[in-house]
Design a protein around this ligand. Structure first.
Ligand SMILES: [Zn+2]
Length: 81
């Protein structure tokens, strides 16, 4: 998992992925997915760790599908330079 160094606003504009607020099932706290992330198969936003473990963070994403492959490739290239 890669965390590109990019402003959230820029990331949202580029990827079209909107942050979501969710309630943690363990502690009941409300958290927002605000950290841009790139994986082998997905591009998205993950919530910050808050002490409840990896299973209680949330990830919103778009698959790096074939149709969007070129788009993601450009985005990823841009932010990994
Ligand atoms: Zn929690």
């Amino acid at each position: 998992m890669i965390y590109p160094d990019v402003e959230l606003d820029v990331w949202i504009k580029k990827t079209g992925i909107e942050p979501v607020i969710y309630t943690c099932a363990q502690c009941g706290g409300k958290y927002k997915t605000t950290i841009p992330v790139i994986t082998r198969d997905y591009v998205g936003l993950v919530s910050p760790k808050h002490g409840c473990g990896a299973g209680f963070t949330k990830l919103v994403f778009c698959p790096r599908t074939k149709e969007k492959g070129d788009l993601w490739a450009r985005i990823i290239e841009e932010f990994l330079d």
